[in-house]
Design a protein around this ligand. Structure first.
Ligand SMILES: NC(=O)C1=CN([C@@H]2O[C@H](COP(=O)(O)OP(=O)(O)OC[C@H]3O[C@@H](n4cnc5c(N)ncnc54)[C@H](O)[C@@H]3O)[C@@H](O)[C@H]2O)[C@@H](O)CC1
Ligand SMILES: [K+]
Length: 523
Protein backbone atom coordinates (compact mmCIF):
# COMPACT_ATOMS: atom_id res chain seq x y z
CA UNK A 1 0.00 0.00 0.00
CA UNK A 2 1.26 3.47 -0.82
CA UNK A 3 0.87 6.00 1.98
CA UNK A 4 0.69 9.78 1.87
CA UNK A 5 1.07 12.34 4.63
CA UNK A 6 0.36 15.98 5.38
CA UNK A 7 3.25 18.44 5.29
CA UNK A 8 2.88 18.81 9.06
CA UNK A 9 3.25 15.05 9.59
CA UNK A 10 6.48 15.10 7.59
CA UNK A 11 7.76 18.06 9.57
CA UNK A 12 6.84 16.38 12.87
CA UNK A 13 8.80 13.30 11.82
CA UNK A 14 11.78 15.49 10.90
CA UNK A 15 11.75 17.45 14.14
CA UNK A 16 13.68 15.00 16.37
CA UNK A 17 16.44 14.85 13.74
CA UNK A 18 16.49 18.64 13.44
CA UNK A 19 16.71 18.89 17.25
CA UNK A 20 19.69 16.58 17.27
CA UNK A 21 21.45 18.73 14.69
CA UNK A 22 20.91 16.49 11.67
CA UNK A 23 18.96 19.01 9.55
CA UNK A 24 21.90 19.50 7.19
CA UNK A 25 22.15 15.74 6.62
CA UNK A 26 18.44 15.54 5.75
CA UNK A 27 18.82 18.36 3.29
CA UNK A 28 21.83 16.71 1.65
CA UNK A 29 19.89 13.48 1.20
CA UNK A 30 16.97 15.39 -0.31
CA UNK A 31 19.25 17.40 -2.62
CA UNK A 32 21.14 14.30 -3.74
CA UNK A 33 17.89 12.47 -4.55
CA UNK A 34 16.62 15.47 -6.50
CA UNK A 35 19.88 15.79 -8.45
CA UNK A 36 19.85 12.06 -9.27
CA UNK A 37 16.39 12.35 -10.78
CA UNK A 38 17.39 15.39 -12.87
CA UNK A 39 20.44 13.48 -14.13
CA UNK A 40 18.20 10.56 -15.11
CA UNK A 41 15.84 12.88 -17.01
CA UNK A 42 18.64 14.69 -18.84
CA UNK A 43 20.45 11.44 -19.72
CA UNK A 44 17.26 10.12 -21.31
CA UNK A 45 17.46 12.97 -23.84
CA UNK A 46 21.07 14.10 -24.21
CA UNK A 47 24.56 14.07 -22.68
CA UNK A 48 24.96 15.72 -19.29
CA UNK A 49 27.84 18.06 -20.10
CA UNK A 50 26.47 21.38 -21.27
CA UNK A 51 22.84 20.64 -20.40
CA UNK A 52 21.07 23.80 -19.18
CA UNK A 53 19.40 23.66 -15.78
CA UNK A 54 17.63 26.51 -13.99
CA UNK A 55 16.57 26.32 -10.36
CA UNK A 56 13.90 28.71 -9.16
CA UNK A 57 14.84 29.14 -5.50
CA UNK A 58 12.66 30.54 -2.71
CA UNK A 59 13.78 31.75 0.69
CA UNK A 60 13.09 28.59 2.73
CA UNK A 61 14.57 25.13 2.96
CA UNK A 62 12.83 24.12 -0.25
CA UNK A 63 15.01 26.68 -2.04
CA UNK A 64 17.96 25.24 -0.09
CA UNK A 65 17.24 21.74 -1.44
CA UNK A 66 17.05 23.15 -4.97
CA UNK A 67 20.31 25.10 -4.69
CA UNK A 68 22.23 22.16 -3.20
CA UNK A 69 20.87 19.90 -5.96
CA UNK A 70 21.89 22.45 -8.59
CA UNK A 71 25.40 22.60 -7.13
CA UNK A 72 25.69 18.81 -7.57
CA UNK A 73 24.51 19.20 -11.18
CA UNK A 74 26.98 22.04 -11.82
CA UNK A 75 29.81 19.83 -10.62
CA UNK A 76 28.75 17.23 -13.17
CA UNK A 77 29.28 19.67 -16.02
CA UNK A 78 25.80 21.14 -16.44
CA UNK A 79 25.24 24.84 -17.03
CA UNK A 80 23.26 25.87 -13.97
CA UNK A 81 21.42 29.08 -13.27
CA UNK A 82 19.64 30.00 -10.05
CA UNK A 83 16.78 32.49 -10.13
CA UNK A 84 16.56 33.78 -6.57
CA UNK A 85 13.02 34.80 -5.65
CA UNK A 86 14.01 36.43 -2.38
CA UNK A 87 16.79 38.70 -1.16
CA UNK A 88 17.56 36.08 1.49
CA UNK A 89 17.95 32.45 0.51
CA UNK A 90 19.51 29.45 2.28
CA UNK A 91 23.06 30.75 2.93
CA UNK A 92 25.03 27.48 2.86
CA UNK A 93 23.16 26.23 -0.19
CA UNK A 94 23.82 29.44 -2.12
CA UNK A 95 27.48 29.25 -1.06
CA UNK A 96 27.73 25.68 -2.37
CA UNK A 97 26.03 26.66 -5.62
CA UNK A 98 28.40 29.61 -6.24
CA UNK A 99 31.43 27.49 -5.33
CA UNK A 100 30.32 24.92 -7.93
CA UNK A 101 30.32 27.65 -10.60
CA UNK A 102 26.59 28.33 -10.84
CA UNK A 103 25.21 31.59 -12.21
CA UNK A 104 22.85 33.69 -10.08
CA UNK A 105 20.04 35.92 -11.34
CA UNK A 106 17.79 37.87 -9.02
CA UNK A 107 14.06 38.06 -9.59
CA UNK A 108 12.61 41.53 -9.10
CA UNK A 109 9.21 43.08 -9.83
CA UNK A 110 10.36 44.26 -13.27
CA UNK A 111 12.15 41.23 -14.76
CA UNK A 112 9.84 38.22 -14.28
CA UNK A 113 8.82 37.91 -17.92
CA UNK A 114 12.36 38.40 -19.16
CA UNK A 115 13.68 35.66 -16.84
CA UNK A 116 10.87 33.33 -17.92
CA UNK A 117 11.90 33.72 -21.56
CA UNK A 118 15.52 33.18 -20.60
CA UNK A 119 15.00 29.83 -18.90
CA UNK A 120 11.93 28.37 -20.68
CA UNK A 121 14.06 26.55 -23.25
CA UNK A 122 16.35 24.91 -20.65
CA UNK A 123 16.63 21.14 -20.47
CA UNK A 124 15.21 21.13 -16.94
CA UNK A 125 13.68 23.76 -14.66
CA UNK A 126 13.66 22.90 -10.95
CA UNK A 127 10.80 24.51 -9.04
CA UNK A 128 12.12 25.10 -5.52
CA UNK A 129 10.15 28.23 -4.69
CA UNK A 130 7.87 26.92 -1.95
CA UNK A 131 7.74 23.66 -0.01
CA UNK A 132 5.84 22.37 2.99
CA UNK A 133 6.34 25.64 4.86
CA UNK A 134 4.25 27.64 2.38
CA UNK A 135 1.25 29.61 3.46
CA UNK A 136 -0.97 30.18 0.43
CA UNK A 137 0.42 30.44 -3.07
CA UNK A 138 3.11 32.25 -4.98
CA UNK A 139 3.01 36.02 -4.72
CA UNK A 140 4.04 39.04 -6.77
CA UNK A 141 7.13 38.53 -8.96
CA UNK A 142 7.28 34.75 -8.26
CA UNK A 143 3.67 34.39 -9.37
CA UNK A 144 4.39 36.44 -12.48
CA UNK A 145 7.49 34.37 -13.31
CA UNK A 146 5.60 31.09 -12.96
CA UNK A 147 2.57 32.31 -14.91
CA UNK A 148 4.84 33.44 -17.78
CA UNK A 149 6.80 30.19 -17.72
CA UNK A 150 3.64 28.09 -17.76
CA UNK A 151 2.52 29.94 -20.87
CA UNK A 152 5.88 29.32 -22.56
CA UNK A 153 5.45 25.53 -21.99
CA UNK A 154 8.89 24.67 -20.62
CA UNK A 155 10.49 21.41 -21.82
CA UNK A 156 10.77 19.67 -18.49
CA UNK A 157 9.83 20.83 -14.99
CA UNK A 158 10.92 19.00 -11.85
CA UNK A 159 9.16 20.09 -8.67
CA UNK A 160 11.27 20.00 -5.52
CA UNK A 161 9.18 18.23 -2.84
CA UNK A 162 5.91 19.51 -4.37
CA UNK A 163 4.85 22.01 -7.03
CA UNK A 164 5.01 25.46 -5.43
CA UNK A 165 1.53 26.76 -4.64
CA UNK A 166 0.09 23.33 -3.93
CA UNK A 167 -1.21 22.61 -0.43
CA UNK A 168 0.73 19.59 0.80
CA UNK A 169 -2.11 18.37 3.01
CA UNK A 170 -5.17 18.88 0.86
CA UNK A 171 -4.08 19.07 -2.77
CA UNK A 172 -5.74 22.47 -3.08
CA UNK A 173 -3.97 24.62 -5.63
CA UNK A 174 -3.27 28.32 -5.39
CA UNK A 175 -2.73 29.38 -8.97
CA UNK A 176 -0.46 30.04 -10.75
CA UNK A 177 1.42 26.77 -10.41
CA UNK A 178 4.22 25.52 -12.64
CA UNK A 179 2.93 22.12 -13.72
CA UNK A 180 5.60 19.50 -13.16
CA UNK A 181 6.61 16.56 -15.30
CA UNK A 182 8.17 14.95 -12.26
CA UNK A 183 7.85 15.73 -8.55
CA UNK A 184 10.69 14.53 -6.34
CA UNK A 185 9.27 14.40 -2.84
CA UNK A 186 11.19 13.82 0.39
CA UNK A 187 10.61 11.57 3.39
CA UNK A 188 7.01 10.67 2.51
CA UNK A 189 4.57 11.34 -0.31
CA UNK A 190 2.52 14.43 0.45
CA UNK A 191 -1.24 13.84 0.49
CA UNK A 192 -1.66 16.81 -1.87
CA UNK A 193 0.20 14.83 -4.55
CA UNK A 194 -2.42 12.08 -4.41
CA UNK A 195 -5.58 14.14 -4.58
CA UNK A 196 -6.86 16.53 -7.21
CA UNK A 197 -6.33 19.22 -8.24
CA UNK A 198 -2.79 18.82 -6.84
CA UNK A 199 -2.15 15.44 -8.44
CA UNK A 200 -2.93 16.95 -11.83
CA UNK A 201 -0.01 19.40 -11.41
CA UNK A 202 2.53 16.95 -9.99
CA UNK A 203 3.34 14.65 -12.93
CA UNK A 204 5.18 11.46 -12.03
CA UNK A 205 5.97 11.34 -8.30
CA UNK A 206 9.34 10.02 -7.11
CA UNK A 207 9.86 9.42 -3.39
CA UNK A 208 13.32 9.98 -1.91
CA UNK A 209 13.92 8.39 1.48
CA UNK A 210 15.72 10.72 3.88
CA UNK A 211 15.66 8.67 7.08
CA UNK A 212 12.44 9.85 8.74
CA UNK A 213 10.23 7.09 7.38
CA UNK A 214 9.98 5.09 10.63
CA UNK A 215 8.81 8.16 12.57
CA UNK A 216 5.81 8.97 10.38
CA UNK A 217 2.32 9.08 11.90
CA UNK A 218 -0.83 7.34 10.56
CA UNK A 219 -1.08 8.17 6.85
CA UNK A 220 -3.55 10.79 5.69
CA UNK A 221 -4.24 8.85 2.49
CA UNK A 222 -3.74 5.31 1.18
CA UNK A 223 -3.35 4.05 -2.35
CA UNK A 224 -3.70 0.37 -3.21
CA UNK A 225 -1.04 -1.08 -5.47
CA UNK A 226 -1.01 -4.28 -7.52
CA UNK A 227 0.13 -6.36 -4.53
CA UNK A 228 -2.83 -5.14 -2.47
CA UNK A 229 -5.23 -5.85 -5.33
CA UNK A 230 -3.79 -9.33 -5.64
CA UNK A 231 -4.50 -9.90 -1.94
CA UNK A 232 -7.96 -8.30 -1.89
CA UNK A 233 -9.62 -9.39 -5.13
CA UNK A 234 -12.01 -12.30 -4.52
CA UNK A 235 -11.08 -15.58 -6.15
CA UNK A 236 -13.37 -18.59 -6.60
CA UNK A 237 -12.32 -21.95 -5.18
CA UNK A 238 -13.04 -25.51 -6.29
CA UNK A 239 -16.19 -25.69 -4.19
CA UNK A 240 -17.60 -22.35 -5.35
CA UNK A 241 -20.98 -22.27 -7.05
CA UNK A 242 -22.88 -19.40 -8.53
CA UNK A 243 -24.73 -18.55 -5.30
CA UNK A 244 -21.69 -18.69 -3.06
CA UNK A 245 -19.74 -16.60 -5.58
CA UNK A 246 -22.13 -13.70 -4.97
CA UNK A 247 -25.49 -12.69 -6.36
CA UNK A 248 -25.90 -9.01 -7.18
CA UNK A 249 -29.30 -7.35 -7.48
CA UNK A 250 -29.30 -4.38 -9.86
CA UNK A 251 -31.95 -1.68 -10.02
CA UNK A 252 -30.71 0.41 -12.92
CA UNK A 253 -31.93 1.93 -16.16
CA UNK A 254 -35.40 2.94 -17.14
CA UNK A 255 -37.43 3.14 -20.30
CA UNK A 256 -35.50 6.34 -21.06
CA UNK A 257 -31.99 5.24 -20.00
CA UNK A 258 -31.80 1.55 -20.87
CA UNK A 259 -28.07 1.81 -21.66
CA UNK A 260 -27.11 2.39 -18.02
CA UNK A 261 -28.77 -0.91 -17.09
CA UNK A 262 -27.06 -2.74 -19.96
CA UNK A 263 -23.64 -1.44 -18.94
CA UNK A 264 -23.91 -1.91 -15.19
CA UNK A 265 -25.31 -5.45 -15.46
CA UNK A 266 -22.73 -6.53 -18.02
CA UNK A 267 -19.87 -4.94 -16.06
CA UNK A 268 -20.99 -6.80 -12.93
CA UNK A 269 -21.00 -10.08 -14.85
CA UNK A 270 -17.55 -9.33 -16.31
CA UNK A 271 -16.21 -8.48 -12.84
CA UNK A 272 -17.00 -11.95 -11.56
CA UNK A 273 -20.44 -11.84 -9.93
CA UNK A 274 -21.80 -15.40 -9.62
CA UNK A 275 -25.16 -14.16 -10.84
CA UNK A 276 -26.82 -10.82 -11.62
CA UNK A 277 -30.53 -10.28 -11.04
CA UNK A 278 -31.82 -7.28 -12.96
CA UNK A 279 -34.88 -5.48 -11.61
CA UNK A 280 -36.54 -3.04 -13.99
CA UNK A 281 -39.09 -2.42 -16.72
CA UNK A 282 -39.46 -4.90 -19.58
CA UNK A 283 -38.31 -2.39 -22.19
CA UNK A 284 -34.90 -2.04 -20.46
CA UNK A 285 -34.73 -5.73 -19.53
CA UNK A 286 -34.93 -6.71 -23.21
CA UNK A 287 -31.73 -4.73 -23.91
CA UNK A 288 -30.06 -6.04 -20.76
CA UNK A 289 -30.75 -9.68 -21.65
CA UNK A 290 -29.70 -9.30 -25.23
CA UNK A 291 -26.26 -8.05 -24.07
CA UNK A 292 -26.04 -10.31 -21.00
CA UNK A 293 -28.12 -13.45 -21.47
CA UNK A 294 -26.55 -14.76 -18.23
CA UNK A 295 -28.57 -12.21 -16.19
CA UNK A 296 -32.00 -12.92 -14.73
CA UNK A 297 -34.84 -10.47 -15.09
CA UNK A 298 -37.11 -9.77 -12.12
CA UNK A 299 -39.97 -7.31 -12.12
CA UNK A 300 -40.05 -6.89 -8.37
CA UNK A 301 -38.54 -8.61 -5.32
CA UNK A 302 -35.78 -10.81 -6.73
CA UNK A 303 -35.35 -13.07 -3.71
CA UNK A 304 -31.92 -13.73 -2.30
CA UNK A 305 -29.03 -11.44 -3.24
CA UNK A 306 -25.78 -10.71 -1.41
CA UNK A 307 -25.49 -7.08 -2.48
CA UNK A 308 -27.36 -4.38 -4.39
CA UNK A 309 -26.45 -1.84 -7.02
CA UNK A 310 -29.06 0.92 -7.11
CA UNK A 311 -29.32 3.93 -9.33
CA UNK A 312 -27.46 4.02 -12.69
CA UNK A 313 -29.93 5.51 -15.17
CA UNK A 314 -32.84 5.17 -12.74
CA UNK A 315 -35.60 7.54 -13.78
CA UNK A 316 -39.34 7.79 -13.25
CA UNK A 317 -41.59 6.84 -10.38
CA UNK A 318 -41.76 3.08 -10.98
CA UNK A 319 -38.03 2.48 -11.14
CA UNK A 320 -37.33 4.86 -8.26
CA UNK A 321 -39.94 2.92 -6.31
CA UNK A 322 -38.12 -0.36 -7.05
CA UNK A 323 -34.85 1.22 -5.93
CA UNK A 324 -36.56 2.39 -2.72
CA UNK A 325 -37.95 -1.11 -2.03
CA UNK A 326 -34.56 -2.67 -2.62
CA UNK A 327 -32.96 -0.09 -0.30
CA UNK A 328 -35.44 -0.99 2.46
CA UNK A 329 -34.85 -4.72 2.12
CA UNK A 330 -31.06 -4.15 2.01
CA UNK A 331 -31.29 -2.13 5.23
CA UNK A 332 -33.34 -4.85 6.92
CA UNK A 333 -31.00 -7.62 5.75
CA UNK A 334 -27.84 -5.55 6.40
CA UNK A 335 -26.66 -6.08 2.85
CA UNK A 336 -24.00 -3.94 1.21
CA UNK A 337 -25.33 -1.49 -1.38
CA UNK A 338 -23.83 0.68 -4.10
CA UNK A 339 -25.90 3.86 -4.36
CA UNK A 340 -25.30 5.68 -7.63
CA UNK A 341 -26.82 8.50 -9.70
CA UNK A 342 -30.64 8.47 -9.50
CA UNK A 343 -30.72 6.56 -6.20
CA UNK A 344 -28.64 9.19 -4.37
CA UNK A 345 -31.91 11.08 -3.87
CA UNK A 346 -33.48 8.30 -1.76
CA UNK A 347 -30.89 7.93 0.98
CA UNK A 348 -32.10 7.23 4.50
CA UNK A 349 -31.21 9.85 7.11
CA UNK A 350 -28.25 7.77 8.27
CA UNK A 351 -26.60 5.08 6.15
CA UNK A 352 -24.47 2.18 7.36
CA UNK A 353 -20.78 2.06 6.34
CA UNK A 354 -21.50 -0.88 4.02
CA UNK A 355 -23.53 1.47 1.81
CA UNK A 356 -21.19 2.94 -0.76
CA UNK A 357 -22.29 6.16 -2.44
CA UNK A 358 -20.65 6.83 -5.81
CA UNK A 359 -21.30 10.47 -6.76
CA UNK A 360 -19.31 12.62 -9.17
CA UNK A 361 -18.47 16.17 -8.07
CA UNK A 362 -21.84 17.65 -9.13
CA UNK A 363 -23.80 14.89 -7.43
CA UNK A 364 -21.74 15.25 -4.25
CA UNK A 365 -22.51 18.99 -4.17
CA UNK A 366 -26.24 18.22 -4.51
CA UNK A 367 -26.00 15.55 -1.83
CA UNK A 368 -24.27 17.88 0.63
CA UNK A 369 -26.78 20.62 -0.05
CA UNK A 370 -29.62 18.22 0.79
CA UNK A 371 -28.12 17.14 4.13
CA UNK A 372 -29.52 19.00 7.10
CA UNK A 373 -26.37 19.20 9.21
CA UNK A 374 -23.37 19.76 6.95
CA UNK A 375 -22.72 23.32 8.05
CA UNK A 376 -21.61 23.98 4.44
CA UNK A 377 -23.30 26.85 2.68
CA UNK A 378 -24.30 26.29 -0.93
CA UNK A 379 -21.61 23.82 -1.97
CA UNK A 380 -21.11 23.89 -5.73
CA UNK A 381 -19.51 21.44 -8.15
CA UNK A 382 -16.55 23.84 -8.39
CA UNK A 383 -16.13 23.80 -4.61
CA UNK A 384 -16.02 20.00 -4.62
CA UNK A 385 -13.56 19.98 -7.53
CA UNK A 386 -11.20 22.38 -5.80
CA UNK A 387 -11.36 20.61 -2.38
CA UNK A 388 -12.37 17.02 -3.10
CA UNK A 389 -10.60 15.53 -0.08
CA UNK A 390 -12.41 17.85 2.30
CA UNK A 391 -15.84 17.25 0.80
CA UNK A 392 -15.59 13.47 0.37
CA UNK A 393 -14.67 13.18 4.06
CA UNK A 394 -17.49 15.51 5.01
CA UNK A 395 -20.04 13.49 3.02
CA UNK A 396 -18.95 10.20 4.58
CA UNK A 397 -19.00 11.67 8.06
CA UNK A 398 -22.43 13.26 7.58
CA UNK A 399 -24.18 10.33 5.88
CA UNK A 400 -22.50 7.46 7.75
CA UNK A 401 -21.91 5.81 4.36
CA UNK A 402 -18.66 5.09 2.58
CA UNK A 403 -18.35 7.68 -0.20
CA UNK A 404 -16.52 7.16 -3.48
CA UNK A 405 -16.04 10.48 -5.29
CA UNK A 406 -15.41 9.85 -8.98
CA UNK A 407 -12.76 11.88 -10.79
CA UNK A 408 -9.40 11.67 -12.54
CA UNK A 409 -8.23 10.74 -9.06
CA UNK A 410 -11.00 8.83 -7.32
CA UNK A 411 -11.23 9.31 -3.56
CA UNK A 412 -13.01 6.93 -1.22
CA UNK A 413 -13.72 7.98 2.36
CA UNK A 414 -14.99 5.82 5.20
CA UNK A 415 -17.25 7.49 7.77
CA UNK A 416 -14.36 7.45 10.28
CA UNK A 417 -12.19 9.43 7.85
CA UNK A 418 -9.92 6.74 6.35
CA UNK A 419 -9.34 7.77 2.73
CA UNK A 420 -8.13 5.82 -0.30
CA UNK A 421 -7.02 7.54 -3.50
CA UNK A 422 -6.75 5.68 -6.83
CA UNK A 423 -5.59 7.16 -10.10
CA UNK A 424 -4.90 4.41 -12.64
CA UNK A 425 -7.25 5.63 -15.35
CA UNK A 426 -6.90 7.79 -18.42
CA UNK A 427 -8.66 11.04 -19.28
CA UNK A 428 -10.41 9.18 -22.13
CA UNK A 429 -12.50 7.48 -19.44
CA UNK A 430 -14.51 10.67 -18.98
CA UNK A 431 -17.10 9.23 -21.32
CA UNK A 432 -20.80 8.37 -21.12
CA UNK A 433 -21.47 5.13 -19.26
CA UNK A 434 -18.05 4.93 -17.60
CA UNK A 435 -19.65 5.44 -14.16
CA UNK A 436 -22.24 2.73 -14.83
CA UNK A 437 -19.38 0.30 -15.48
CA UNK A 438 -17.73 1.32 -12.20
CA UNK A 439 -21.03 0.72 -10.40
CA UNK A 440 -21.23 -2.78 -11.91
CA UNK A 441 -17.65 -3.64 -10.91
CA UNK A 442 -18.16 -2.39 -7.36
CA UNK A 443 -21.49 -4.19 -7.03
CA UNK A 444 -19.89 -7.45 -8.17
CA UNK A 445 -17.02 -7.05 -5.69
CA UNK A 446 -19.44 -6.35 -2.84
CA UNK A 447 -21.55 -9.38 -3.72
CA UNK A 448 -18.45 -11.56 -3.80
CA UNK A 449 -16.67 -10.17 -0.81
CA UNK A 450 -19.59 -9.84 1.58
CA UNK A 451 -18.81 -12.88 3.68
CA UNK A 452 -15.06 -12.49 3.73
CA UNK A 453 -15.27 -8.80 4.61
CA UNK A 454 -17.63 -9.46 7.50
CA UNK A 455 -15.65 -12.39 8.81
CA UNK A 456 -12.62 -10.29 9.61
CA UNK A 457 -10.82 -11.49 6.54
CA UNK A 458 -7.06 -11.66 6.95
CA UNK A 459 -6.14 -9.48 3.98
CA UNK A 460 -8.06 -6.48 5.34
CA UNK A 461 -6.94 -7.06 8.90
CA UNK A 462 -3.33 -7.25 7.69
CA UNK A 463 -3.78 -3.72 6.35
CA UNK A 464 -4.81 -2.56 9.80
CA UNK A 465 -8.32 -1.64 8.64
CA UNK A 466 -11.19 -1.63 11.13
CA UNK A 467 -14.36 -3.44 9.97
CA UNK A 468 -16.20 -0.25 8.99
CA UNK A 469 -13.20 1.03 7.03
CA UNK A 470 -12.90 -2.10 4.90
CA UNK A 471 -15.74 -1.06 2.65
CA UNK A 472 -13.61 1.86 1.55
CA UNK A 473 -10.88 -0.60 0.58
CA UNK A 474 -13.37 -2.67 -1.46
CA UNK A 475 -14.47 0.52 -3.24
CA UNK A 476 -10.83 1.45 -3.85
CA UNK A 477 -10.26 -1.99 -5.41
CA UNK A 478 -13.20 -1.33 -7.75
CA UNK A 479 -11.88 2.13 -8.67
CA UNK A 480 -8.46 0.68 -9.38
CA UNK A 481 -9.81 -2.18 -11.54
CA UNK A 482 -11.97 0.33 -13.42
CA UNK A 483 -9.03 2.69 -14.00
CA UNK A 484 -6.70 -0.11 -15.06
CA UNK A 485 -9.34 -1.49 -17.44
CA UNK A 486 -9.76 1.94 -19.03
CA UNK A 487 -6.02 2.37 -19.45
CA UNK A 488 -5.67 -1.13 -20.88
CA UNK A 489 -8.52 -0.53 -23.33
CA UNK A 490 -7.04 2.80 -24.43
CA UNK A 491 -3.63 1.17 -24.92
CA UNK A 492 -5.28 -1.30 -27.27
CA UNK A 493 -6.24 1.75 -29.33
CA UNK A 494 -2.69 3.17 -29.18
CA UNK A 495 -3.70 5.52 -26.38
CA UNK A 496 -6.79 6.68 -28.24
CA UNK A 497 -10.38 7.29 -27.14
CA UNK A 498 -12.55 4.54 -25.75
CA UNK A 499 -16.15 3.73 -24.95
CA UNK A 500 -17.61 2.45 -21.69
CA UNK A 501 -18.12 -0.89 -23.46
CA UNK A 502 -14.39 -1.07 -24.16
CA UNK A 503 -13.62 -0.49 -20.46
CA UNK A 504 -15.97 -3.35 -19.62
CA UNK A 505 -14.34 -5.72 -22.08
CA UNK A 506 -10.95 -5.15 -20.44
CA UNK A 507 -12.19 -5.87 -16.89
CA UNK A 508 -11.63 -9.67 -16.96
CA UNK A 509 -8.10 -9.17 -18.35
CA UNK A 510 -7.27 -6.78 -15.52
CA UNK A 511 -8.71 -9.06 -12.85
CA UNK A 512 -7.01 -12.04 -14.46
CA UNK A 513 -3.58 -10.48 -14.42
CA UNK A 514 -4.00 -9.10 -10.89
CA UNK A 515 -5.19 -12.38 -9.40
CA UNK A 516 -2.76 -14.62 -11.30
CA UNK A 517 -0.62 -16.60 -8.93
CA UNK A 518 3.03 -15.80 -9.26
CA UNK A 519 5.00 -19.00 -9.01
CA UNK A 520 8.75 -18.41 -9.31
CA UNK A 521 9.34 -22.17 -9.74
CA UNK A 522 7.14 -22.33 -12.83
CA UNK A 523 9.12 -22.22 -16.08
N1 LIG B 1 12.76 20.39 7.64
C1 LIG B 1 13.78 19.66 7.16
O1 LIG B 1 14.65 19.23 7.85
C2 LIG B 1 13.83 19.34 5.75
C3 LIG B 1 13.14 20.12 4.87
N2 LIG B 1 13.25 19.92 3.58
C4 LIG B 1 12.73 20.91 2.63
O2 LIG B 1 12.29 22.05 3.30
C5 LIG B 1 10.99 22.37 2.89
C6 LIG B 1 10.30 23.06 4.00
O3 LIG B 1 11.12 24.16 4.34
P1 LIG B 1 10.58 25.48 5.00
O4 LIG B 1 9.89 25.16 6.26
O5 LIG B 1 11.70 26.42 5.06
O6 LIG B 1 9.45 25.96 4.02
P2 LIG B 1 9.51 26.51 2.53
O7 LIG B 1 10.74 26.16 1.84
O8 LIG B 1 8.21 26.16 1.98
O9 LIG B 1 9.59 28.09 2.71
C7 LIG B 1 8.86 28.74 3.61
C8 LIG B 1 9.45 30.15 3.68
O10 LIG B 1 8.80 30.96 2.75
C9 LIG B 1 7.97 31.93 3.40
N3 LIG B 1 6.66 31.79 2.81
C10 LIG B 1 5.61 31.02 3.22
N4 LIG B 1 4.60 31.13 2.37
C11 LIG B 1 5.00 31.96 1.38
C12 LIG B 1 4.39 32.44 0.21
N5 LIG B 1 3.14 32.10 -0.10
N6 LIG B 1 5.10 33.24 -0.60
C13 LIG B 1 6.36 33.60 -0.27
N7 LIG B 1 6.99 33.18 0.85
C14 LIG B 1 6.32 32.37 1.65
C15 LIG B 1 8.01 31.60 4.87
O11 LIG B 1 8.08 32.79 5.60
C16 LIG B 1 9.25 30.77 5.00
O12 LIG B 1 10.37 31.62 5.22
C17 LIG B 1 10.39 21.08 2.43
O13 LIG B 1 9.38 21.26 1.48
C18 LIG B 1 11.59 20.38 1.83
O14 LIG B 1 11.78 20.79 0.50
C19 LIG B 1 14.18 18.94 3.06
O15 LIG B 1 15.40 19.58 2.91
C20 LIG B 1 14.35 17.78 3.96
C21 LIG B 1 14.69 18.21 5.32
K1 LIG C 1 8.63 23.37 -4.71
Amino acid sequence: MISAFTGQQIRDAEQPLLDSGEGAVLMQRAAYGLAQEVVRLVKAKRKLRGACITVLAGKGNNGGDGLFAASILARRGMRTTAVLASAEVHTEALGAFLAAGGRVLRLDPGNAEELAVLCAGDDVIIDALLGTGARGGLREASAELVASLQELKPRCVVACDLPSGLDAATGEVHWPVLEADVTVTFGGIKAGLMTDPGEGCAGHVVLVQIGIEDSLDTPELHRLDATDLHALLPKPGRRSHKYSRGVLGVVAGSARFAGAAVLSVHAAAMAGAGMVRYVGPESAARHVLSRTPEALWETDDPGRVQAWLLGPGVDGEDQLGRAGDAAQSALAAELPVVVDAGALSILPERCPAHWILTPHAGELATLLAALPSTGEVAVTREDVESRPLHFVRKAAEQTGATVLLKGATTLVASPSGVVFSQSEGTAWMATAGSGDVLGGILGALLAQSEDSVRDDDGAYAAMGLKPDDRWAAVAAVAASVHGRAGSMASEDFNGGPLTASAIMTAVPHVIGSLTAEYDPARP
